[in-house]
Each structure stands twice: as C-alpha cells, then as structure tokens.
Design a protein around this ligand. Structure first.
Ligand SMILES: NC(=O)c1ccc[n+]([C@@H]2O[C@H](COP(=O)([O-])OP(=O)(O)OC[C@H]3O[C@@H](n4cnc5c(N)ncnc54)[C@H](O)[C@@H]3O)[C@@H](O)[C@H]2O)c1
Ligand SMILES: [Zn+2]
Length: 388
C-alpha cells in the first residue's frame, strides 16, 4: 500500500487552489492553531446541525475563541432535507445578519450534508469567502470533504444545483467517528472498499486483513484507512478537478447504487449501502462481459459482506433497474456509462448495452431472489424521496 509515510498531511494539488487534508486523532481542540497556520483570521460562521452541535460544537467554539477568532453558530436541520435552496438561503441570511466579511471564514462541522450546503453557501456569499471542512462522518472524512463538490438538491433530483469550490483546509479528527451510529459507520466502509477496487490493490489487501478492525473501528486501523482514501481521492481530483475524465472512476458502484436509491425512494438503503450492492452488481456485470475474473468478483463480494454491508439486490424487474439508471446525472444522450473493475485496483468506464444487461440480469435472477430476506430495514431518519 502506497502512503505518504507517517505524515498526517495529505496535499490536494490544484494550483492556486491547493490545500492540505490534516488527519489527526484529537485535532479538534487545536483547530484555532490550524486556522492561524494557514493565515485565516476574523469571524467564523460554523454551519452545523443539532446532533453534531451537541457533540462537537462546544469544543470547536472554544478552540476558535481561545485562538482569537470570533465564531458564531448557524444551525440547520439534521438530514438530507437540509441540502435545499431553503436552507442555503437561511445560511446566507445568517451570514448577512452577522455581517461576515470577505476575509472571514465559513466552517462546515458535520457530515456530507452540512459540508455540501455550507460549501455552496461559502462559494456564493460575497462571490466566495474562505471555507473550511471539518467532516464528522466516515463518508465525509473519506469522500465528500475532499475535492470541492458543493451544492444542494432540487425537488426533482439530487445535487442538481452546485459549484466546484475548494476548501482552504480539511481538518479530520478520526476520534469524532466514535459517536457515529453503527449503520452510518458501516455504510461509509463501502466508499472505503471502493478506493481499493478503483486504485490500490495493496490497500484492498490491507482491508481484507483488517476486517475486524474495520467493523469494530479499531484506533490503529481507522486513521491509516482515512489517510489512504484521502490520498487516492486527492490524486484523482488533482488530475481532473471537474470530472471530465479520470474523476469518473470515483463513481464505481454508483450507477447501480444510485438506481437502487432512486428505486427505493431513498428510504430502503442509506447511500453507502446502495453503493456496496452497486459494486457487487457492477463487478458481476464485468464478469458477465468477460472483463473481470470470477475470483475478483468473489473477493470483493466477501469483503463487502464481511464488514457488515448488505449485498443482495431487491426484488425488482429489469425495467425497474434500467429505468432507474436512466435518471443518473451521468447519462449522456441516453447512454448509461458504468465503471467496472478489470482486476482489483483497476477499473474501466464502459457503455452499458441494454440487451447485454438484460441477459446478465436474467442470468443472475435466481440467486437474487434467494437473498432477498437479508434486505435492510427502512430508515428512521428523513431521506429525499424524490427521483434523482
Ligand atoms: N461533495 C461530495 O463530493 C460528496 C461525496 C459523497 C457524498 N456527498 C453527499 O453527502 C451526503 C451524505 O453524507 P453523510 O453520509 O455524511 O450523511 P449526513 O451528513 O446526513 O450524516 C449522517 C448522520 O450522521 C450524523 N452525524 C454526523 N456526524 C456525527 C458524529 N460524529 N456522531 C454522531 N452522529 C453524527 C448526522 O447528523 C446525520 O444524522 C449526501 O447528501 C451526499 O450527496 C457529497
Ligand atoms: Zn458515494
């Protein structure tokens, strides 16, 4: 596994928009020093939600005050519903009322929802103010806080309104994950496994060797895992900030995954769970198309299952699946493009031919029906119910 040694700094190289991802257990109380080190000053609008505020709001507020900053809180609701034009507008109202100025800072404290909407607010307020990501979910620490995609949902679809806007720094405290609900933790592991599959065979082997540590959130495993994921994301994004080429490999598992989310009306699975099932199915498609060996498909499926993720497809028809795939943002002129593995650590983007996918679907049907009873329970927290 290639990593940058023991360094806790992962650089994201994007010319004059370059920044560091700092990964350090217990770093939250030192966030004031981090702000000084990169030359930030003034007022800090901390965007967060009631759950995360209760857990980590005080420590961040205190750390910033002690370092001479003037922080204030902007609280938005918990859940995907907060990633909306309405709550974007509420955040902007708060920044205007507080008279945040151009050199001041917007800080996102929370999961991907808070990071996406706060980042978008920072990108449009005064045509852009300094933005800092402090991610507190596994999905946010290994994925959404790095790379500069920000935005909100439209009632018609997810992530339809947004901007590329890079943070000045990403501050990751792996200890903050200790309070994460188990289901959220395990869902995030799907994105972790994705990085091994798309870019790093050694990392995939490391994950296979540390399944217990992954499930149990072992302190010696988690920072290493987060760092390697951030390195891979930084490397991919550094070469293709706006997703015109290589960045598309990050969508592995997401063609089928997004289709399942849409079909399940965002209630059946949380995102990472749908991506885990998506990776299992997309690898099976690759095998069916003769692009990937059975052994690879099975190793990946075993790892996904062993960390505690669901792998079974629900009872849906081919038209359910194919129809839901057409709603993907990445469909170009009706053509569904899908990232498929060729081996562990390497993927390819291929166009999916309807007839071939129907054949694959029909051939794989029996095993799918058998596994149905293991499908996860419906979610208790609110989720977007509209089509993508
Ligand atoms: N911008 C990107 O590149 C990118 C990438 C992936 C996902 N996303 C977006 O991220 C969002 C999903 O992010 P998410 O999975 O982090 O969900 P989330 O932000 O909804 O957080 C999940 C839940 O965990 C709670 N939580 C957060 N931190 C906690 C902690 N430390 N302890 C206890 N509870 C905590 C939250 O309040 C929430 O209830 C989606 O909107 C998705 O579109 C964006
Ligand atoms: Zn994802």
């Amino acid at each position: 596994m290639k990593t940058s040694g023991s360094s806790n700094h992962v650089p994201v190289s994007l010319g004059d928009r370059s920044y560091q991802v700092l990964i350090q257990p217990g770093i939250l109380p030192q966030i004031g020093r981090v702000f000084h080190d990169i030359g930030l000053s003034g007022r800090v609008g901390i965007v967060t939600n009631p759950v995360v505020n209760e857990l980590y709001g005080r420590v961040v507020l205190r750390a910033l005050k002690q370092a001479g900053f003037s922080p204030f809180l902007v609280i938005i609701p918990d859940g995907e519903q907060a990633k909306s034009m309405h709550w974007l507008s509420k955040i902007l109202d708060a920044l205007v009322t507080q008279r945040l100025e151009r050199q001041d800072v917007v800080l996102a404290l929370g999961g991907g929802v808070v990071g996406d909407v706060a980042g978008f607010a920072a990108s449009v307020y005064l045509r852009g103010v300094p933005f800092v990501q402090v991610p507190t979910t596994l999905v946010a620490q290994v994925d959404s806080s790095v790379g500069g995609k920000t935005g909100v949902n439209h009632p018609i679809g997810k992530n339809l309104i947004g901007a590329f806007y890079q943070p000045r720094v990403v501050v990751i405290d792996p200890q903050a994950l200790q309070t994460l609900p188990k289901r959220e933790w395990i869902a995030g592991l799907a994105e972790v496994i994705k990085y091994g599959m798309i870019a790093d065979q050694k990392f995939f082997e490391y994950l296979e060797q540390h399944v217990d540590g992954l499930r149990e959130q072992a302190e010696d495993v988690i920072p290493t895992v987060i760092r390697r994921c951030c390195e891979i994301k930084a490397e991919v994004v550094g070469g293709d900030e706006r997703e015109s080429g290589r960045r598309r490999i990050l969508n592995y598992g997401h063609t089928v995954g997004h289709a399942l989310e849409t079909w399940g009306r965002y209630r059946t699975w949380i995102h990472g769970e749908a991506v885990g099932i998506g990776m299992v199915q997309e690898a099976a498609i690759a095998q069916f198309l003769g692009m990937c060996d059975k052994e690879i498909v099975e190793r990946q499926r075993d790892l996904i299952q062993d960390v505690g993720l669901p792998i079974a497809m629900p009872s849906m028809t081919f038209m359910d699946l194919w129809g839901a795939m057409q709603h993907d943002k990445k469909v170009v002129k009706g053509q569904v493009n899908c990232v498929v593995p060729t081996t562990i650590g390497e993927v390819k983007v291929v166009p999916l031919v309807r007839q071939r996918i129907r054949q694959w679907f029909t051939a794989s049907q029996p095993s799918r029906v058998k596994r149905l009873k293991h499908a996860p329970q419906a979610l208790s927290r609110p989720r977007l119910s509209k089509k993508k």
